[in-house]
Design a protein around this ligand. Structure first.
Ligand code: MOS
Length: 735
């Protein structure tokens, strides 16, 4: 039986529940000082003066770093062909661009001392008028550059405006989504330690080599002089994909203090300095013929943007390729304001865009009096209409069919308010999901040791998703060893380089590298045996030897065999080591590669109070091969849970007079808790995609959230007859 795919328990589970897993803020470092950031209280303007006379005299205070004394940083060279990057606010001048921007770092012997001193700083500001809120920011829209070279920001196929005006059925509706804040369970934290001109960073990061490169550029030193470590992460969701200002400030404060420094952000500081999902306004226009064929599909997105860093939430992305349509038009604009940076948030674009698209599809199905699945099937894209390529695999039709069957969709009466659950209004809704199958180059090493164990390494990340576990499974299978003889190490830039854990690509990128490295080590070992006259396998061809459970076995005569350890012992006990670099080929030129899924939800809405409960979700995905059934299901389930949060609960409430988030804590920023979640039934269509990569894995980190908010919106409409187009769908919008 194959080791890959088995739902074995998380190998890091015991360490995590016993406290043995060290997170970034927990590494014991001698002479470690504690740092806190002081944040601006205005959204735009300048620091005029900082009075630190009281703070300096307080016990334990080591350093008060402001723009006046912060180490001067080299001016970064602009990247070839790229627009000049906005310099991150690293205390190089007095300018303030958002409310909450770090204006000082206080370092002391204890956290309490650092906090006390930070609170006693007297900072005076000169405020200038800030751009706050969509209305103000939309006065000056900008167009983001294409996400990748060769792609377009806006898409046009045919005459979408003309086809819309002539269509028999039309939907023209505006959808909005709010700023959402990632709120990983583990807040961001960095420990920075200098040894001469060498820097070590323990950083809560889903992109350690990215942090290494950014730090190298920021400080003008060679990347090899910087080591970044992150063996364990308590979630990232895109927020930990960047090297935010606190990482560099920790290193600067450590330099200035002459001692290692820890800077761990508080929950409240998650709201602003470390990214968030932009808010969006999305106009959807759909034109269809009476038979249900889409004649025109138009999607215009404006997403909020920060003066600190350009980022656009590409909500139009799935509209370009999810359905077949006669004509299409999509636009993507940014409305820039004085807020903290926006960034990648689980399924950036797909999550917010699917809310607008999949609700508008539902609205059109109602107008046409068609079943929403039938309407989707009528416009099923057999090929990717944007790239004009066949899909490497696509099981969306099966997802609809299996999901409908499991959910009992045929028992749905389509009229709004037509179904009840006791005195509750019952609503059944569904939506499609899709996410691209991404892959990047990755390196790995594998070593079979004299004691019969193997050590496999890649500087990748485990966000809590199961990377340790599945990479061990992949390596074990390729090595011919049982899982308990294989140790997989990650989270250190001294290990072979991995791409960042973003875009749901770790399995598809690192998996093949681990597989190839492990296989290469096994091949070396087999070569050693068959070239050795003392081996019972001497003289066999490499293909004639199988490796199972730590034994090398003659395929023809299985009684001729010997353990791996014997081969290594005869060769002096030296470990057998191999490296690999696995890269995508040109398969993306031949195929469009996506995961797909269908999400079905039931909601119960209190007719008097408007409260919404979600007793059940049924979701079916076509995502290639699973590396571990258990961790895969957990990932998809986690995405769905966040989708319920996105649909019903989450919103970063901004005070647009000051530019400050007013619910910057987990009491007021609502995420789903156990009591909010009913049954979640996740299943996966068996998919064999030979084009994607050697493992056939498409990546599952993000697709789980996609479509959930739309399915909820559609279910709430079915329950109540009210179409809520503004997330989150809260009771005040229903009564
Ligand atoms: Mo993901 S938003 O690419 O971590």
């Amino acid at each position: 039986m194959s080791i890959i795919g088995q739902g074995i328990d998380r190998l890091d589970g015991r360490l995590k529940v016993t406290g043995g897993a060290r997170y970034s803020a927990e590494h014991p470092v001698p002479r470690l000082a504690q740092a806190v950031i002081v944040q601006s209280t205005i959204a735009s303007g300048k620091v005029v003066s900082i009075d630190d006379s009281v703070a300096r005299s307080l016990p334990g205070v080591l350093t008060i770093m402001t723009y006046l004394n912060a180490p001067r940083l080299p001016t970064p060279k602009p990247e070839a062909g790229a627009p000049p990057a906005k310099p991150p606010p690293l205390l190089q001048d007095a300018t303030i661009k958002y409310n909450g921007q770090p204006v000082a770092v206080v370092v002391a012997d204890t956290l309490e001392h650092a906090r006390h001193a930070a609170q006693s700083l007297k900072i005076r500001y000169a405020a200038t008028p800030a751009v706050l809120g969509m209305q103000a920011a939309k006065k000056s829209l900008t167009t983001p550059p294409p996400r990748r070279p060769g792609e377009k920001t806006d898409s046009t196929r045919g005459n979408a405006v003309g086809a819309f005006s002539q269509a028999a059925a039309r939907i023209d509706a505006m959808y909005t989504t709010p700023i959402e804040t990632h709120n990983a369970m583990e807040p961001h934290a960095t420990i920075a330690a200098w040894h001469g001109d060498e820097l070590t960073l323990w950083d809560a990061s889903q992109n350690i080599s990215g942090v290494q490169k950014t730090a190298a550029k920021t400080f003008g030193i060679a990347p090899e002089k910087i080591r970044v470590l992150c063996p364990f992460l308590g979630g990232g969701f895109g927020s930990k994909g960047s090297a935010w200002t606190h990482v560099m400030l920790a290193a600067m404060a450590a330099k200035l203090s002459g001692t290692p420094v820890k800077l761990a952000l508080e929950r409240t500081q998650m709201f602003g300095p470390v990214g968030s999902r932009p808010m969006t306004e999305q106009r959807m226009r759909l034109g269809a013929a009476r038979d249900g064929s889409l004649k025109s599909l138009m999607h215009d997105t404006v997403s909020s943007n920060s003066f600190v860093l350009d980022f656009s939430e590409p909500s139009t992305i799935i509209t370009k390729s999810l359905y077949k349509t006669e004509s299409l038009q999509t636009t993507q604009r940014m409305a820039t304001m004085n807020v903290g940076a926006h960034t990648y948030t689980r399924a950036p674009g797909e999550a917010s865009g699917s809310f607008a698209l999949e609700c508008a599809i539902d609205e059109m199905a109602y107008q046409l009096k068609m079943d929403p699945i039938a309407f989707r099937l009528q416009n099923y894209a057999e090929r990717d209409p944007e790239k004009e390529l066949p899909f490497s695999s696509k099981s969306l039709r099966e997802c609809y069919r299996i999901g409908a069957e499991k959910f009992g969709w045929s028992k749905r009466t389509p009229e709004p308010r037509s179904m009840r659950a006791g005195r509750m209004l019952a609503g059944w809704g569904m939506a499609s999901a899709t996410y691209p199958a991404n892959r990047d180059a990755a390196k790995a090493s594998a070593m079979i040791r004299a004691d019969g164990t193997a050590l496999v390494r890649c500087g990748t990340h485990d966000l809590g998703t199961g990377t340790y576990t599945i990479m061990t499974q992949i390596a074990a299978e390729a090595l011919g060893l049982p899982v308990n003889k294989v140790r997989f190490e990650l989270g250190d830039t001294l290990q072979p380089e991995s791409p960042g854990a973003g875009g749901s690509k770790t399995t598809a990128s690192v998996g093949p590298a681990v597989y190839e490295a492990a296989k290469a080590a096994r091949v070396k070992l087999v070569a050693m045996a068959i070239g050795d006259r003392e081996s019972p396998l001497s003289g066999l061809s490499p293909d004639g030897v199988s490796v199972e459970n730590g034994w090398l076995i003659d395929r023809q005569r299985p009684d001729r065999r010997e353990p791996m350890v014997t081969v290594i012992a005869r060769h002096g006990g030296t470990a057998v080591e191999a490296f690999s670099e696995a890269k995508p080929g040109d398969e993306k030129k031949q195929f469009a590669m996506h995961s797909f899924g269908a999400v079905f939800v039931e909601v119960h809405v209190d007719p008097d109070l408007g409260t919404i409960r979600v007793p059940r979700v049924v979701a079916v995905y076509g995502i290639g091969k699973l590396m571990n059934e258990k961790t895969a299901h957990s990932q998809l389930m986690g995405g769905i849970v966040w989708g319920i949060g996105m649909g019903l609960l989450e919103k970063t409430e901004m005070d647009w007079r000051t530019g400050r988030a007013v619910n910057a804590n987990l009491a007021d920023y609502h995420v789903p808790v156990n009591a909010d979640i009913g049954s979640i039934d996740v299943s996966v269509v068996d998919e064999d995609d030979p084009h994607i990569n050697v493992l056939g894995a498409k990546g599952i980190g993000e697709i789980g959230i996609v479509g959930v908010a739309a399915a909820l919106g559609n279910a709430v409409y079915h329950a109540t007859g009210k179409r809520v187009r503004d997330l989150p769908i809260t009771l005040d919008k229903l009564i």
